[in-house]
Ligand binder design. Structure first.
Ligand code: IMP
Ligand code: MG
Length: 175
């Protein structure tokens, strides 16, 4: 491979921030039980690290989606590649994302999930690239705001590689 990865956010910093978000969620959802919805595959590391640090009862379910994006014929619809295994009716749900970029994925997914009558639904994302936003998304818990750079690691991939890196890195193409 001809890419070079440079560290943008190191492992310690990511861990510390997830711990803070977990504490905040545990406080906000005190005496409640939360259902984390992991958006595969990118969010898998963030979901599990967050879940480990929550001090409230937590369950998890997994979903794989692809967005048609803005400006296409199918805009406004989400392609569900793998649906949740369980109903979310009456549950306090937190959708866990790796990164919010254009906002298209979540702006299509959230209305779809709301149709299933959860008691509440919020979003957390490890990373946010606000400068890339095309559609407004109401994200309650944000790990880090980053510049418009393509990042990998901690679940995020470049052509399916680098998900396993324990830090957030920036991909630089050689040549
Ligand atoms: P959105 O619908 O444009 O917000 O798309 C978000 C999805 O695009 C994320 O869940 C990622 O899978 C992918 N994505 C966006 N930016 C990056 C990046 O910098 N690295 C890796 N994946 C990214
Ligand atoms: Mg994703």
């Amino acid at each position: 491979m001809n890419e070079k990865i440079t560290v943008l956010i190191d492992e310690e910093t990511v861990d510390a921030r997830i711990k803070e978000i977990a504490a905040q969620i545990s406080k906000d959802y005190a005496k409640k039980e939360v259902r984390l919805i992991c958006i595969l595959k990118g969010s898998i590391f963030y979901t599990t690290e967050l879940a480990k640090r929550l001090t409230i009862p937590t369950t998890m379910d997994f979903m794989s989606v692809s967005s048609y994006g803005a400006g296409t014929v199918s805009s406004g619809e989400i392609n569900i590649k793998k649906d949740l295994d369980e109903s979310i009716e009456g549950l306090d749900v937190i959708v866990v994302e790796d990164i919010v970029d254009s906002g298209n994925t979540l702006s299509q997914l959230i209305p779809e999930l709301k149709k299933r009558n959860p008691r509440s639904i919020e979003i957390t994302t490890l990373l946010d690239k606000p400068s890339r936003r095309e559609v407004d998304v109401d994200v309650k818990y944000i790990g880090f705001e980053i510049e418009d750079k393509f990042v990998v690691g901690y679940g995020l991939d470049y052509d399916q590689s680098y998900r396993d890196l324990p830090f957030i890195g920036v991909v630089e193409l050689d040549g």
